[in-house]
Structures are given as structure tokens and as C-alpha cells.
Write a protein that binds this ligand. Structure first.
Ligand code: ADP
Ligand code: ADP
Length: 232
């Protein structure tokens, strides 16, 4: 599921003004990479992640995801690609407060029409992958921040995506929980998944083997480290 952006631009129109959020980004990410995207606020990181994650389309340029050109897909087609191939993890976890851990994890399966028994089985298996087998029936407010993020990771994994996109996944976590979350990303990456993560924190970016630096809607530095980065 290799990623190839070529000269991607994104323009937001707001009344009379337009914002050039991405000013011609060309970027390839191979299967199994672990890339961190860094850069100041407003530099275009979220816009880039939204395009990479098929949440949004570029204004110009091309985006190949595997064999498929996704820049030209309809909304429904884009959603289908996204649900099958990409798992999202957010800074604020984005869990539904009234639902238990397993119900949150199983939510993507509800939309896919999977029967309840199978949803429960798959959610339980996926919670075990992130070490939360014992917390299946807890609601988010009964879990620590690190545990909530693990529930969110399990939800991202429920459809076995090739690509994980994480936007500041440790932004609300203490150091210990952050490192535990990063260890999970490392494990998922070792299993062959591509991980693309936005972060402000140098210690967190250090887990990636590649650091892509964005400024003013452009990539100003793209560095691949020797070895495997901070995962070991
Ligand atoms: P970052 O994630 O690095 O903070 P963003 O991708 O959020 O950067 O924003 C890049 C630029 O695009 C900023 O100038 C921002 O104000 C603008 N922008 C982002 N999203 C929108 C939107 N939905 N509508 C209008 N402008 C936007
Ligand atoms: P509700 O309908 O109130 O949302 P459920 O009836 O789906 O709740 O599940 C209640 C609890 O029963 C779940 O939280 C889970 O612990 C357990 N449970 C549900 N389905 C299964 C199953 N197939 N096997 C074992 N336990 C299950």
C-alpha cells in the first residue's frame, strides 16, 4: 500500500480569501515505514494527514495509494478506501463516552453491518492486542489516558489496516503512558504496518525512522535515520 503524492496542493477558500495550506508536496512513503511529521502550528501537517488518510482530497496534484489514484474518487469511494486501508488515532482519543471499551472498538463494524456476536469477538481480540483484555466493559471515564488511547488504537486496528495515521497521539499523555503508546506503534510497525504520525515532541519523533519536516505548506527536510529509529 505504498503512498505517492505528486505536487499536491490544498487551497481552502473562506469568503474572498484563500489559504494555500499545501504548496506542492511530493512525497513517497513505502510499505512498513514509520514516519514522523513535524513542523510549527499552521504549517499544513493536519491538512497533509487528512489527505494521506483519505479524509480530504487535494486541490491539485495526484495521490496514489497502492495502485489507486485517490485524488479523483467520489466521497463514497474515498470513504470505502479509508475504512479498509487506514486506521486513525487522535490526540483526544475521540471515544464515545457512553459506550464501553469494546463497543467503542467495535463501532467501525457496526457501520459495516457485522453481526453483534462477531463484533464482540473481534473487539475482544483487538483489545487483547493492546493489552486491555481486562478492561472491555469499562467506559472511557473509568480508564486512564493511556488506556483510552489504547482503546482508540484498538478501534483503529479493527479492520486490520495497512496504514496507521496518528495525529499527536501522545499530546495528552504523561511520559510513561506516551512511551507505552509508542511501544505499541513500534510493535505494529514491526508487524509490517505503515505508521505516519504528527508530533510536536522531539522525544516522540525519535521513535520514527524517518522525520519529515513541514513548513509553510512544503516539505523542507526529509531525513531517514540509519537503523530502525527509536524502536528496538
Ligand atoms: P498544522 O496542522 O500544521 O497546524 P493545518 O494543516 O491545520 O496546519 O493548517 C494549515 C493552514 O491551513 C493554516 O493556515 C490553517 O489556518 C489553514 N486551514 C486549515 N484547515 C482549514 C480549513 N478547514 N479552512 C480554512 N483554512 C484552513
Ligand atoms: P448492551 O446491549 O447493553 O450494549 P451487550 O448485551 O452487547 O450490552 O453486552 C453486555 C456485556 O456482555 C458486554 O459488555 C460483554 O462483556 C458481554 N458480551 C456481549 N457479547 C458477548 C459474547 N458474544 N460473548 C461473551 N460475552 C459477551
Amino acid at each position: 500500500m505504498a503512498i505517492a503524492l505528486t505536487n499536491v496542493t490544498k487551497v481552502y477558500h473562506m469568503g474572498d480569501t484563500s489559504v494555500h495550506a499545501l504548496a506542492g508536496v511530493t512525497l513517497s512513503i513505502e510499505d512498513g515505514e514509520f514516519a514522523a511529521i513535524i513542523g510549527p502550528s499552521g504549517s499544513g501537517k493536519s491538512t497533509l494527514m487528512n489527505i494521506l488518510g483519505c479524509l480530504d482530497r487535494p486541490t491539485g496534484g495526484t495521490y496514489h495509494l497502492g495502485e489507486q489514484e485517490v485524488a479523483a474518487l467520489s466521497d463514497d469511494q474515498l470513504a470505502a478506501v479509508r475504512n479498509k486501508k487506514i486506521g486513525f488515532v487522535f490526540q483526544n482519543f475521540n471515544l464515545l463516552p457512553r459506550m464501553s471499551a469494546w463497543q467503542n472498538v467495535a463501532l467501525p463494524l457496526v457501520y459495516a453491518g457485522v453481526p453483534k456476536h462477531e463484533r464482540w469477538e473481534r473487539a475482544a481480540q483487538t483489545l487483547a492486542i493492546v493489552g486491555l483484555a481486562e478492561r472491555k466493559d469499562h467506559r472511557p471515564n473509568e480508564l486512564s489516558g493511556g488506556q483510552r488511547q489504547r482503546v482508540a488504537i484498538a478501534r483503529a486496528l479493527i479492520n486490520d489496516p495497512a496504514i496507521i495515521i496518528a495525529d499527536e497521539p501522545t499530546g495528552n499523555l504523561d511520559t510513561k503512558s506516551s512511551n507505552e503508546i509508542m511501544d505499541i506503534f513500534c510493535r505494529l510497525n514491526r508487524q509490517g504496518r505503515t505508521v505516519i504520525m504528527v508530533t510536536h515532541e522531539p522525544d516522540i519523533a525519535a521513535y520514527a525512522h524517518r522525520v519529515i519536516q513541514v513548513r509553510d505548506g512544503a516539505i523542507i527536510n526529509d531525513e531517514v535515520k540509519q537503523g530502525v529509529g527509536g524502536c528496538s
